[in-house]
Design a binder for this molecule. Structure first.
Ligand code: P1T
Length: 358
């Protein structure tokens, strides 16, 4: 097993005479092991591990200069939106938010200042599917960088670099770690020059992942494939259960044939993942809160991707930093409930939803 190198510094025999490591912000052997593993599972050349998913996104945006523009999906994790709007806009980087499931919507926002397409697919929390190959063709045509947040799908289901993305990003806090016991972010790229720029930013800004969290993420990755199989299987059963329930208005899950871009999901993903969202019929903010409070097997909590099932209320939790008017435009209404379906016995999970709905 890779040891946990719980050290900040490394002895030198003469100034600069060291064995590859001098200070743990610049590099740590446990983190290196994780970075190699991340690169390998995403079919990339270079991996970088950060203190959180947002620290990883922060490094990507710092590749840009004032005046540059980014096109992002309008339905994305609220914290990514907050980082873009409330941190980077101050430094004169401009963000456009469009429904990227429609590729022509992206094309209409491209101008000579555009430098980066920021794709999240499936999106958090509406489960919209964005065509990575089509986005990559567009990016190549206009010489833009294409970054894909692969947190919901994981490399078990979809490998964005193989489909033409330049950067793949993860909140490894979620499925890669898999046990809700760490906060870690990741980037993987193929281009050496891009990797060097990102390594520079990782060291210069310092949002690095510690050795213990590197070790835990490595351990999580070993079981990613078996966990994902079960997450997908349980989520499918729950999506079908909710879809036929008389009190449910709409279930958002890319496995349904009538889900927008279902055919794209079928092409670019191996299965449909462990996440879904839904709205109860005639539901209000209060009804949604009452529902999540009455669950007993699902835990009401932020985050996703752990072995234990979680339920969330995006409007008041993960997406509260997006103004109501903005979030409702992309479907994140007050009654929306998000489930991260775990790997427990699926009958127990369905029985829990059943009692909360009755
Ligand atoms: O939480 P952190 O490790 O910093 O990752 C941020 C992040 C980035 N991208 C996606 C798609 C995410 O879902 C997240 C974090 N999301 C949650 C905490 C959540 O409950 O949705």
């Amino acid at each position: 097993m890779p040891p946990i190198y719980q050290t900040s510094t490394y002895a030198q025999t003469t100034p600069g005479g060291h064995q590859g490591y001098e200070y743990s912000r610049s590099g740590n052997p446990t983190r290196t092991a994780l970075e190699r593993s991340l690169a390998s599972i995403e079919n990339g050349q270079f991996g970088l591990a950060f203190a959180s998913g947002l620290a990883a996104i922060d490094a990507v945006i710092k590749l840009l200069d004032p005046g540059d523009e980014v096109i992002s999906t309008n339905d994305l994790y609220g914290g990514s939106y907050r980082l873009f709007r409330q941190v980077f806009e101050k430094y004169s980087i401009k963000f456009h938010f469009v429904g990227m499931q429609d590729i022509s919507a992206i094309a209409s926002k491209i101008n000579q200042n555009t430098k980066l397409l920021w794709v999240e697919t499936p999106t958090n929390p509406m489960m919209n599917v964005i065509d990575i190959e089509a986005a990559s063709q567009l990016a190549k045509k206009h010489k833009l960088l294409l970054a894909v947040d692969n947190t919901f799908a994981t490399p078990y289901l979809q490998r964005p670099l193989d489909m033409g993305a330049d950067i793949v990003m993860h909140s490894a806090t979620k499925y890669l770690g898999g046990h809700s016991d760490l906060v870690v972010g990741a980037l993987v790229v193929n281009d050496e020059k891009l990797a060097e720029k990102l390594y520079f930013l990782q060291n210069a800004s310092g949002g690095v992942c510690g050795p213990m969290d590197s070790f835990l993420t490595l351990r999580g990755i070993k079981t990613l494939h078996v966990r994902m199989q079960r997450h997908c299987e349980n989520c499918r059963a729950i999506a079908e259960y909710l879809n036929s329930h008389p009190k449910i208005e709409k279930v958002f899950w890319p496995g349904f044939e009538d889900h927008p871009n279902h055919n794209v999901a079928q092409r670019q993903m191996k299965d449909f993942g462990g996440m879904l969202s839904f709205t109860p019929k005639g539901g209000s903010y209060e009804d949604a809160v009452k529902f999540v409070e009455s669950l007993q097997v699902f835990t009401l909590a932020e985050s996703l991707g752990g072995v234990e099932s979680l339920a969330g209320h995006p409007a008041s939790m993960t997406h509260a930093s997006i103004p109501k008017e903005e979030r409702e435009k992309s479907g994140v209404v007050d009654s929306l409930i998000r489930l991260s379906v775990g790997i427990e016995d699926v009958d127990d999970l369905i029985a829990d939803l059943d009692q909360a709905l009755s």
